[in-house]
Ligand binder design. Sequence first.
Ligand code: ARG
Length: 456
Amino acid sequence: MRLWGTPEGSALDPAFERLNASLPFDRRLYPQDIRGSIAWARALARAGLLTPEECHAIVAGLEAVKAELDAEAFIFQPTDEDIHTAIERRLRERIGPIAGKLHTGRSRNDQVATDLRLFLMETWPRLDQGLRELEEALAAQAEAHLDLLMPGYTHLQRAQPIRYAHWCLAHAWAFERDRARLRDAYPRLATLPLGSSALSGTPFPVDREALARELGFLSISPNSLDAVSDRDFVAEFLFIAAMIGIHLSRLAEDLILFASAEFGFVALDPAYTTGSSLMPQKRNPDALELARAKAGRLVGHLMGFLLVLKGLPSGYNKDLQEDKEPVFDAVDTLEALLTVLPGLVRTMRPRPERMRSALEEAMLATELADYLVRKGVPFREAHRAVSGLVEESLRGGTPLSALPLEIMRRYHPAFDADVYAALDPEAAVERRAIPGGTARAAVEAQIQALRARLKA
Ligand code: ARG
């Protein structure tokens, strides 16, 4: 028997019944649904709508139903439309008609919004922890290889030397922003809709503030109609998830390139690569390729759900039932990635000799221009002179440092014997001691700043 009546003798079309049901996916919300119902029963009792005995019977009944669900001993019925109706149906079977008092002043509309918010509130610390572990792995790489230099790229062309630690931290800061986004969104997520009922508010004097405190919410929704319509928290979560996915995909792509024979900058631990069934020499970076790919489905969930919300009339609409599958899949996808990537990053080994041999001298051309600038030459003029010099060096196959001073002077008279000292990658990196730069001290300061945030 359904919890809402159907006209006598009329049955639902079975195919429609399957389409309409959310039970196959929302059964996952049972712990939140039962927590919410227990708190609601207590709030009803405090408002004088349940006697202490009735409240006790309902709470004990809900706990027994939860035990059945925990033990996977709960038998779902074909008429269970969703997890909310299934639990209430079972409660009635266990404690009798008194179960019918639980839904007093409540609707599935405020109930389901409460459940999904609770689910995400519990997810938040796990995502934060996963991001934190990944940042820690990147910081550990940075600390362990502080003196290692590598080419920094723009347009995927060798541009200027940087510290490997600087590259590691560049990714860590992106994940740190994702953690900040989680923190920022939390108060909006932890806003309690319960007490809004179907759309206009519960007509009984339920203490919503007490209810919020009991369930761990930070505040109560200020408008019952908004409370049952609002899925901004879902869209915000899906955006944060998509952004994390994009950051993971960019880290993954860097590492896929760096682990290739062409770059050879890092060696991945074999625990995170697979062999080829055909070519015995290959180690494939599958973990990273999957991280790169899964950004696609995370962005897809955000786009798909925004389109569900677009143009919806106010109040609850069944369209909103479509909020759960993207949320669950995004949570599962992120948890899968965030339990693998920290280990992959922690165990990868940089290959100093490969990085060093990729630091070609042409990458120090900017140093020559900056050298002239220090001698008072306007940067544009210096840039022009050095461009000619680099061209000559490339044409003749003579490295910059092997060009005699007379030749250099042909391009600009300000060149002097001390110019050769500028052609050192170590010196180039150390000149960037500005906050945020790639000099050793600046990178150490970054690590400290990041560690402080990770501790906070
Ligand atoms: N299964 C529904 C959902 O997920 C629960 C809310 C149903 N509300 C309603 N008025 N039919 O959104």
